[in-house]
Design a protein around this ligand. Sequence first.
Ligand SMILES: [Zn+2]
Length: 379
Amino acid sequence: MLQSGAGGLGCEILKNLALSGFKDIHVIDMDTIDVSNLNRQFLFRQADVGKPKATVAAEFVMKRVKGVKITPYYGAIQDKGPDYYMQFQLVICGLDSVEARRWINATLVEMVDPQNPESLKPLIDGGTEGFKGQSRVILPTLGSCYECSLDMLTPRTAVPMCTLASIPRQPAHCIEWASILEWPRVMGDKKLDNDDPEHIQWLYEKALERAREFNISGVTYSMTQGVVKNIIPAIASTNAIIAASCCNEALKIVTSSNPYLNNYMMYIGDEGVYTHTFAHEQKDGCPVCGNMATDFHAKADWTLDEFIERLKEKPDVQIKKPTLTTERRKLYYAGPPQLNELTKPNLDKRLKDLLDSGEEVAITDPGLPFSLRLNVIFS
Ligand SMILES: [Zn+2]
């Protein structure tokens, strides 16, 4: 059994697995312990600050639960290849990063060899965000994968600038206005320090003024801090619930004692306690488990730069520094410098001068664990 992630969710999962009777667990985590973790990551103590989470968590649980062997690895999941992942019966993830999840998902899908049933490793994925969470069972290639559901995430691109500048509708809009537009306008080159209470206070006052002007209520100091630092509070009880659900599924899968989750359980705990379980369906043309190029509609007059910006807005794409190629030419390379230099002029060219309608564009990106293929169709 492999566990990936030894943070808030990971501490709960590791403890549950050990107490459920799993005897041989590997745990991977690339983080070290921060003092702010101590309120909920209960396997860590003050004296552990600065040490690797995986190592400390493993030692703690082995000391408390007799007969369990936990092998820690302090590093990124990407350090390991298919040979490593092949040794496990099951992978359970308590990660806070979309990138890491996409990577492990794509790796496990890629590993499936139809001739070898052992190569199919069930993936149990838990995630929490404040009072909300989800757990899911992914059977690579047989059902919906992590990538299939990526469009359920809220788009990470924020509110359009024009909303911030002219027609705020929510308290967060006023706060973003204060930090993105008002701070540089008033403060010039002075850098905004999210950890400086005076800076936050300044933003809070500006946001409050603006909110009053537009009749918006709800701007508070702690909300200002949250929006500016993009903090989603970590809640120990949510972690405990989601970890329990994940470990329950792990136990059912390895013992065949009961049918396992099919395949997605969401939990919402901010207004009462609500859960909903449903079968998330495999997405047609999922770039990971569908392995086909998907259609993407674009205007022939868009510049390549505009095209890339549109791609970045799509929640199911999530790219940062993409490289785009077609069969015939290199469209754009974000790096290395020589290739970037060579392809940068294309950014200002129109799509119609670079592509034919329906032509396939392959996109690679540090945030993508696979190469995304799009049929760019002019509309
Ligand atoms: Zn998929």
